[in-house]
Design a protein around this ligand. Structure first.
Ligand SMILES: Nc1ncnc2c1ncn2[C@@H]1O[C@H](COP(=O)(O)OP(=O)(O)OP(=O)(O)O)[C@@H](O)[C@H]1O
Length: 811
């Protein structure tokens, strides 16, 4: 109740608004402009007549004693009070202020700000008056009485030197604040002048050189021409044509140079006349108008010179990357332990087993990795590789070990590999891979340090190149750890402005820790509370929203005439793309889906279609998918999905069929678990030991990031409303309007530009909602119809008219 009352009282005390219509504005504008002209004339003539007119000021004027001022008594009096008794010659700025005010009213020029004109006009008047009073002591008319009095008053307090310094400061302040003259601009100006002079000098030198060359040439030309003239009369015309060209070449060249640029801008027409006289057909070839790239380039260069490159990290410029010591060192510095006895025993067993099958070995070599040791053998000449391949189970039996994998042959090495698990596998800590030079210095867009390969080298791959990743493995074999490794790698390498995660976690517990970095790294749908998606129905909305984001990004790329996100962001940083046209820095978006099988079972096609679309198209615009599943069966990883996920990771799976589904090859069923994995990016299979990162470490990292200054909200994805929830109609139903209708109307009318992207930016809305608002504004008659690439017209001139319209509607 109290609130209601307050509202009412507020309404009743509303101050009346002062507004004049266009006709009154024109009249007032003309009056002010002419008044300013009169004032200027009076001031100018006062400079010559003030002494003779002085005696007449203030006295009653008889008709014989007419003041000499061009504006007579009025001119003499006003000038006397403003110049002599006022601010001196500095008052000349007054007619200009009045004239500009008149012009603004008359022509309705929006660029002119009255506040600025009057503030700076009066500032200049006072500064100049003080300046003239200080330096022109012998001519009181220069500074006027006001200038003189201020000068006297100030010099008592700060002395003449202080006053001189104050005047200098006031002048510099004007130059910097009003005219925006900075030391950089001045030095740039001189630099460009210097460059221009140097260029002129160069050109003159070149021209001189050419002249000299031509002075030598004509004589030989002439001889040639004479000879030609004698030989063939009909060629003479041709020669003469050439001659004309050379003689007037110099003059023409300069003309050509200047006109060349013009020509380049014009669309060029080439008319090819038919050689055959009977055939009067002519072919007109028109070449398209060239882009005025030079102009855009120089403009953006200037902006870059003045403001530097666009820095997307500026909002969180103090952001600190997590330090390596937040990660635990599992190896305790020991690294891999080589058990000579174990190596020898295994070697002997392999040699013996093969001997039993009459396979002789020419050479054997061992490479010890973190979990497995690779024995490379070169069989004796004449032994068929397939024979060794078929002995896989027999060798495993004789070595009495799980997880033996035979690679026959190892691509590019000419050997046959037998991988035998180590008795004491060592853990590859995330710390060791994150600290490795290979990862730290990786020049990749989205580097991921998966772990270590068989030679114990850190294995780093670029997610941007994959461009999507499929991950499978039976329960408890290291999938979740693998996902954490990927996310941690990105957290250690990418600023929050550069990458955003969309996390789907139906298990609800695996990725919860990343909630702490919601406002740094996560992306979510507008109007949702949790960024991490645990509800399967929300996943469909999110995937569709990502499709909308993808389409919007493609539009931006098309508009910027670039092919991928890297080129786009580079162009944006060089300030060649105007944010006013909707251009914005595009962070990478990494979508992580855990338990994909669960999702497919509940949502089926609704999920598969957008996933397949994203997988097919999203690579160029920086959206990358990581999909993990326990059950890599064919109805989960369908052909369509598989075709678009060339990069795959298999942890240990339970059957050969599963291995084939995920890798298109066997082997994953023979892994030993605990992060032992096979990775392929379309061609070779690489056996890796996945790095290990434990929950407390993730906790520490997210805590470290989460405690820093963040963005106000998570990265908002475009809004998606499913089709069955009804599309916008053009009916002007006031009750069904969006809550933000009034606000949106205000934004559009203030900017006088009817575009959905403007609403998106100003009101932080999703694309769909902004589009719906524009439709509603069209239905209400506030904006015009859709006009293709142009912004819609706005039919309401100002906020007052808008208010009237909205109030009338409610009646
Ligand atoms: N890279 C690794 N190095 C060492 N041990 C690991 C590694 N990855 C996983 N493990 C061990 O395996 C256990 C299970 O791993 P994880 O939770 O990642 O399995 P998962 O495949 O996600 O299982 P689920 O599908 O049931 O969630 C971990 O607790 C850890 O002890």
């Amino acid at each position: 109740m109290a609130k209601k009352k307050n509202k009412k009282t507020k309404k009743s005390f509303k101050a009346p608004r002062f507004s004049i219509n266009r006709k009154q504005k024109i009249l007032l504008g003309v009056f002010l402009f002419l008044f300013a002209v009169g004032l200027l004339l009076a001031f100018v003539s006062f400079l010559f007549t003030w002494e003779s007119d002085q005696s007449l000021i203030g006295s009653a004027v008889s008709s014989q004693e007419k003041p000499a001022n061009w504006l007579s008594k009025f001119g003499a009096t006003v000038s006397y009070f403003l110049i002599y008794d006022g601010f001196g010659v500095a008052v000349f700025s007054l007619p200009f202020m009045i004239a500009l005010t008149g012009l603004k009213l008359f022509l309705e020029i929006k660029k002119i700000s009255l506040k600025n004109i009057w503030f700076w006009g009066i500032y200049v008047m006072i500064t100049l008056s003080l300046f003239f009073a200080f330096f022109g002591k012998t001519y009181p008319i220069l500074g006027g009485v006001v200038g003189f009095e201020i000068k006297e008053y100030l010099s008592v307090y700060i002395g003449d030197i202080g006053l001189g310094l104050l005047i200098a400061f006031m002048m510099i302040a004007y130059l910097v604040a009003r005219l925006q003259i900075t030391p950089e601009k001045i030095s740039n100006f001189f630099k460009s002048k210097k460059q221009a002079v140097e260029n002129d000098f160069k050109k003159a030198k070149e021209a001189n050189q050419k002249n000299k060359d031509q002075e030598v040439q004509p004589s030989s030309d002439k001889i040639e021409k004479k000879e030609k003239l004698n030989e063939k009369p009909d060629v003479a015309a041709e020669v003469k044509f050439e001659n004309d060209l050379t003689s007037s070449e110099d003059q023409k060249k300069s003309e050509e140079d200047s006109s060349k640029k013009e020509q380049a801008k014009q669309p060029q027409k080439i008319v090819i006349d038919s050689q055959n006289e009977d055939d009067d057909l002519s072919l007109e070839v028109e070449t398209g108008q060239e882009e005025d790239d030079d102009e855009i380039d120089s403009k953006s260069k200037k902006i870059v010179e003045n403001f530097g490159e666009f820095d997307p990290k500026l909002d969180l410029s103090k952001y600190q990357f997590p330090t390596i010591d937040l990660l635990k060192d599992y190896s305790k510095g020991a690294g891999i332990t080589i058990d000579q006895k174990e190596l020898e025993e295994n070697k002997n067993k392999i040699v013996e087993t093969l001997k039993n099958y009459k396979i002789g070995i020419a050479q054997i070599k061992a490479t010890v990795g973190p979990t497995v040791t690779l024995y490379e053998i070169i069989p004796e000449a004449g032994i068929r590789i397939s024979k060794i391949r078929n002995l896989e189970d027999d060798i495993a039996l004789s070595l009495s070990a799980l997880g033996i994998r035979i690679i026959a042959p190892i691509p590019g090495r000419g050997t046959i590999g037998i991988e035998v698990p180590n008795q004491n596998p060592s853990i590859v800590s995330m710390r060791s891979v994150a600290a490795s030079q290979k990862f730290q210095k990786a020049e990749m867009q989205l580097p991921i340090a998966f772990g270590k390969n068989i030679s114990n080298e850190t294995f780093v791959a670029d997610l941007a190149k994959m461009p999507h990743l499929l991950m499978a493995g039976a329960t408890g074999q290291g999938k979740s750890v693998g996902l954490n490794v990927i996310l941690t790698s990105l957290l250690y390498h990418k600023h929050p402005a550069e990458v955003k995660f969309v996390l789907v976690d139906p298990k609800k517990v695996e990725l919860t820790l990343f909630n702490k970095i919601e406002r740094h790294y996560l992306a979510k749908l507008p109007d949702t509370d949790d960024a991490i998606i645990t509800d399967n129905s929300k996943v469909i909305d999110t995937l569709n929203s990502l499709c909308i984001e993808m389409d919007a990004r493609y539009d931006l790329l098309k508009d910027a005439m670039v092919r991928n996100i890297v080129e786009y962001n580079a162009k944006l940083k060089a300030r060649k793309l105007n944010p006013e046209n909707g251009h914005r820095f595009l962070p990478y978006i990494v979508l992580v889906v855990d338990e994909f099988a669960d999702l497919i079972m509940t949502a089926g096609k609704d999920v598969e279609t957008p996933i397949a679309r994203l997988a097919q198209l999203a690579r160029a615009i920086g959206i990358h998918l990581i999909i993990a599943t326990q059950r890599p069966s064919v109805n989960v990883i369908t052909g369509m999905i598989k075709a678009n996920f060339p990069a795959r990771i298999a942890f240990r799976v339970t059957s050969k069929i599963d291995s084939r589904t995920i890798l298109d090859a066997g082997g994953a069923d023979q892994l030993i678990g605990r992060g032992d994995m096979l990775y392929t990016q379309g061609n070779d299979l690489v056996r890796l030991q996945c790095a290990f990162v434990d929950t407390p470490e993730i906790d520490k990292i997210t805590e470290f990031i989460g405690s820093q200054k963040a963005y106000p909200d998570a990265y908002l994805l475009p809004e998606y409303t499913s089709e069955d929830s009804g599309t916008a109609t053009l009916e002007n139903e006031i009750d069904e309007r969006d809550k933000l209708f009034d606000k949106a109307a205000e934004v559009i009318v203030t900017a006088q530009q009817g575009s959905a992207s403007l609403l998106q930016r100003k009101l932080k809305l999703g694309y769909n909602r902004a589009g719906r608002l524009i439709d509603q504004l069209e239905a209400a008659g506030i904006v015009g119809q859709f006009e293709g690439s142009k912004a819609r017209q706005v039919h309401i001139p100002d906020l007052i008219a808008l208010k009237e319209l909205l109030e009338n509607e409610k009646k």
